[in-house]
Design a binder for this molecule. Structure first.
Ligand code: SAM
Length: 337
């Protein structure tokens, strides 16, 4: 089975879930609802998902919305049917070229794997159109496909580029997802710009984990976004990206400060937790933080007095653990204004 955390995703908060949990335990205690509004993989929202609370998750990217829905929404599905489909897909070998193999074969995936990926995606589309699977089952199959191919992609973990070396024809295997819909009864999942969604929701805890530099997530994950949307757009350049203008984040541009201020002003919640990296202006240009600490504190102060919690984190480099002075930080505000 695939766990929600079994995906390579830039800036995922898998390794600091305990850190977040301790802050919530010490500063808040019991809560009824938590909104993970820049959810990415959804590991944070999922970590706090319990039968009696409400978890709201949201992401601008459609393929994230699909996996958030697959793992965290309340809709029912037929597990036996999915297992049978997964088994059929895993045993299939595709011979025909398709949109995916023409554009991504021999690049991010071997020619054979790319044919199989495109074929499976087309089958999922047909199964849904012919009413053989429901929406939840479609979401589960698409997520299983994304999680399985992520493990064999010829990349360093994202799709800004592929590695130019001889391609292995590694086998990929779809699996069922580990999801418990009994826990999901109150949850809500969205695919919106956080700055629009914030006006429509209320929650006890608002967890914010926006991108902090100019690297657009729509660039880093364009292949999975393209495969999930399956609108077969024209792709460009060496990296074979589609036109992503509509899914670019304001948080990766100079507009980040304004967007953040607008988000904080409109938040209807009791507590705000913000993750924002401390790379500051130490790294190369692309990794420079878009919002300075002074601006973060000034803006959070509009709603209450911020506290900062820090934890060193380990950086993994080519399999070796390398400690440096990077710190994961959480800004915490009890909303009083
Ligand atoms: C740092 S990542 C979140 C990682 C996540 N906490 C995890 O553990 O997987 C930031 C996420 O914000 C999303 N995003 C960027 N701009 C957004 C916006 N305006 N509204 C909603 N989501 C946005 C990106 O697609 C990305 O998935």
């Amino acid at each position: 089975m695939f766990e929600i955390s079994q995906r390579r995703y830039l800036g995922n908060k898998n390794s600091i879930l305990n850190f977040i949990e301790n802050i919530i335990k010490n500063e808040i205690g019991h809560f009824n609802s938590l909104c993970d509004i820049f959810a990415g993989t959804g590991v944070v929202g999922s970590y706090f998902n319990e039968k009696n609370n409400k978890i709201i998750t949201n992401d601008l990217l459609y393929h994230n919305y699909i996996s958030l829905s697959a793992f965290l929404n309340q809709d029912s599905f037929n597990q036996e049917k999915i297992l049978e489909l997964i088994n059929n897909f895993n045993n299939f070998s595709a011979k025909k070229e398709n949109y995916f193999s023409i554009n991504f074969g021999g690049k991010y995936f071997s020619e054979d794997n790319a044919k199989k990926i495109g074929f499976i995606r087309e089958q999922i589309r047909k199964l849904f159109i012919e009413d053989k699977i429901n929406l939840k089952e479609k979401f589960i199959l698409l997520t299983s496909l994304n999680y399985s191919i992520d493990r064999i992609a010829n990349t360093v973990g994202h799709y800004d580029a592929y590695i130019k070396k001889e391609m292995k024809n590694s086998k990929f295997e779809l699996k069922m997802l580990n999801t418990d819909i009994e826990k999901n009864k109150k949850n809500k999942i969205y695919n919106k710009d956080a700055n629009y969604l914030i006006k429509d929701i209320e929650c006890d805890i608002l967890y914010l984990d926006p991108p902090y530099n100019s690297r657009q997530y729509s660039d880093a994950y364009h292949v999975l976004e393209n495969l999930t949307l399956w609108q077969k757009p024209e792709v460009f350049g060496v990296a074979k990206k589609f036109d992503r203008n509509k899914i670019k984040s304001e948080y990766c541009k100079v507009t980040a400060i304004k967007s953040f201020e607008d988000l904080i002003i409109n938040a209807k919640c009791k507590y705000i937790l913000l993750s924002y990296n401390n790379m500051g202006n130490n790294g190369n240009h692309r990794s420079n933080a878009k919002i300075s600490d002074d601006d973060i504190l000034r803006i959070l102060n509009l709603r209450g007095t911020p506290k900062i919690f820090e934890q060193n984190y380990k950086e993994f480099n080519a399999g070796k653990e390398k400690r440096n002075d990077n710190k994961e930080r959480i800004f915490f505000v009890k909303v009083t204004r």
